[in-house]
Ligand binder design. Structure first.
Ligand code: C2E
Ligand code: CA
Ligand code: CA
Length: 626
């Protein structure tokens, strides 16, 4: 396929030809005037001027980035005729001047013809259909002329001219091949032989220009293999490479005619579909093609005696001529593809505006979160935890972010972003430090709690500085008397990490006196055996179960099971999200020990918690506090 460089090359030759014809042409005009053949020379020169105007027009008409396929092909066809015409004109002037041997003009004509052939073989080397006929147009009359001299030197010259024709063709062929090779290398991926990113962006731009003209639609599929890195890491890059080649083979088989496939890099591929008159039809076809591709890619692979399975996540965006930027469509497909990844991989999503708003919001949060700590927008709230007698025996610290632009943002929104960006380390340290200070201050003011819980994000927990950082802060703020009040809440997702390392870190901190609680228990994917392996002290029943107590027999059974299991494993148990007297009643009857939820109090600012603590009168549990 021809790329931008090809057309640029041809485009650049146009002014060279015009210059090479207009100026030497003047010399011919002058010679014609000197030797009484002015009229034909003049007519010829007028033709050259007309051709030059045509050429200038062609030169100005070219703009690769905005041309549709149709317009570009037409332009190139015109260029081809332009070049033929110009060389025909040079063959013509040769025929006129070569007969003038009395005036010795035939020497000049012969030299011109050879010169023009050399020019043709070097400047038209981009296209066989250009240089081959042109070299013949120029050289054949010369060969015939030499032959017709009828003397021995004429035959020798004819033979030389034949040889020269061959050499010129050979040279042009070689340059042509080099150019093709260079173009191929610059536009293809070496491993899979597919087009590369650079080519694809050009292709997409051309495609958009075509769609803009026809008012049609097409689609873009961004395909990312799921967990390809695992194959590479566990079986080596050799197997990884072969797998990619196999994947490409299957893509090629399954993609309908008229689609273009490229490799964007790594395990990412991109495909443009056919053109459709209606958007709806285009969308339907995009989803159908994607489903077929996924199904085909998921069939097992056998590589070096390994049986491999791989799935793919596909993001779809619909292309039309309306956008100016090819990259924007790739970005849309990328957003849709990440949506698939976020929803558990192995599937297709079509981009929509709502996705893009979410991404914008995400980026905005990410940007502003960087300044949140320095601008003191991050604070902690504390939610009371009460025992069976209704005494306040603990607190869970919950982070709050209030931004002047965005307003209050939920930790469920910004904590995952902080984890992705790595900001959680700094943020987590700040939360630890603020929490420790509060615990110390409360102790000094006579607010005695049995436990003080802090949520620890997985990324923070597994970071290599975590233990050292905790030790440093404990020494600064807590000391031996308060450290045993600390509980770190971790979530079940932690078992997805290297479980031995997790246990190691937990034990290091436990040796220090810190306890651990399993947060949101029952919602994640931890098994009982994992739960048993981890050195836990407490389990928190997720609020979704507590919430559903009144509605659902299954949830009631789940809560009872968790409570029984906790007592067998000698774990403390906290019910979170207790909102009603009925829920509390049920939990009390089933021997739950610690309660937390709106029934007693929402998470409170530091002073609010102090007020709650001092004014709370232990009493009948199931009665709403006054
Ligand atoms: P979580 O650890 O499960 O925290 C409990 C969440 O439930 C809190 O939401 C709390 O306000 C809310 N809640 C408490 N009682 C009730 C109730 O009776 N009914 C209902 N419907 N909700 C109740 P919040 O503060 O928005 O925190 C959400 C999540 O954000 C937390 O869930 C935790 O996973 C994360 N998070 C909060 N603070 C931190 C933090 O300092 N560090 C880390 N790493 N994560 C945090
Ligand atoms: Ca928690
Ligand atoms: Ca929780």
């Amino acid at each position: 396929m021809r790329d931008k460089r090809f057309y640029d090359f041809v485009h650049r030759q146009i002014p060279v030809f015009i210059t090479l014809s207009l100026f030497p042409g003047l010399g011919y005009l002058f010679l014609g005037w000197l030797n009484d053949i002015f009229t034909p020379a003049f007519v010829w020169y007028l033709l050259v001027i007309a051709g030059s105007i045509w050429g200038t027009y062609l030169y100005r008409d070219f703009d690769f980035d905005t041309m549709s396929d149709y317009r570009r092909n037409r332009w190139y066809r015109h260029c081809t005729w332009f070049f033929y015409t110009f060389f025909l004109l040079w063959a013509l002037i040769f025929l006129v001047y070569v007969g003038q041997d009395a005036a010795k003009l035939h020497y000049i004509a012969i030299f011109t013809e050879i010169g023009a052939s050399v020019v043709a073989s070097s400047l038209l080397s981009s296209d066989r259909r250009l240089y081959r006929p042109t070299i013949f147009i120029l050289m054949v009359p010369l060969i015939v002329y030499f032959f017709l001299i009828g003397e021995w030197y004429g035959y020798v010259l004819a033979l030389f001219a034949c040889t020269l024709t061959w050499v010129l063709l050979y040279a042009a062929n070689s340059s042509h091949q080099l150019l093709m090779q260079a173009t191929h290398q610059a536009t293809h991926d070496a491993l899979t032989g597919l087009h590369n990113r650079q080519f694809f962006i050009e292709h997409l731009q051309k495609r958009m220009n075509t769609l803009a003209e026809s008012g049609q639609f097409s689609f873009l599929l961004l395909i990312d293999l799921d967990h390809f890195k695992t194959v590479n890491d566990s079986l080596g890059h050799d197997v990884g490479d072969q797998l990619l080649q196999n994947v490409v083979l299957r893509l090629r088989q399954r993609v309908p005619d008229g689609c273009v496939i490229a490799r964007l890099g790594g395990d990412e591929f991109i495909i443009t579909g056919r053109n459709f008159a209606e958007r709806k039809v285009c969308e339907r076809d995009a989803l159908e093609v994607s489903e077929q591709l996924i199904a085909r890619l998921k069939e097992p692979y056998v590589i070096d005696q390994h049986h491999l399975y791989i799935s793919a996540s596909i993001g779809v965006s619909i292309i039309s001529g309306l956008s100016i930027n090819a990259n924007s469509f790739i970005k849309e497909a990328d957003i849709a593809m990440y949506e698939v990844k976020a929803k558990g991989r192995d599937g297709v999503f079509m981009f929509n505006e709502e996705m893009s708003d979410r991404v914008d919001k995400h980026l905005e949060i990410e940007r502003l979160l960087h300044f949140a700590l320095a601008n003191q927008e991050i604070t902690l709230h504390y939610q009371p935890q009460l025992d069976r007698e209704g005494r306040v025996i603990g607190a869970e610290s919950l982070v709050r972010w209030n931004n002047p632009e965005l307003g209050p943002i939920s930790p469920t929104q910004f904590i995952p972003i902080a984890e992705q960006t790595g900001l959680i380390i700094e943020l987590g340290n700040h939360i630890l430090e603020t929490g420790f200070k509060t615990l110390r201050a409360w102790h000094d003011e006579g607010i005695e709690l049995d436990q003080f819980s802090i949520n620890i994000s997985m990324r923070q927990f597994t970071h290599h500085t975590f233990v050292v950082q905790v030790e440093k802060l404990v020494q600064r703020y807590l000391g031996a008397d308060l450290i045993h009040k600390l509980i770190f809440e971790i979530t079940e997702s932690i078992v997805a990490e290297d479980i031995n390392r997790v246990i190691l870190v937990m034990n290091q901190l436990k040796a220090y006196g810190i306890r651990f609680s399993m947060d949101d228990f029952g919602t994640g994917y931890s098994s009982l055996s994992n739960l048993n392996k981890l050195p836990l002290d407490e389990v928190k029943i997720d609020r979704s179960f507590v919430n559903a107590l009144a509605l659902n027999e299954g949830d009631r059974a789940m809560v009872v099971t968790i409570l029984n299991m906790a007592s067998i494993l000698k774990l403390n148990i906290v019910a979170e999200g207790v909102e009603t007297a009925e829920q509390l009643d049920f939990l009390l009857r089933h021997d739950c020990r610690i309660f937390q939820g709106y029934f007693y109090s929402e998470p409170l600012p530091k002073e609010g918690f102090e007020h709650f603590y001092r004014n709370r009168k232990p009493g009948l549990q199931a009665a709403r506090p006054g």
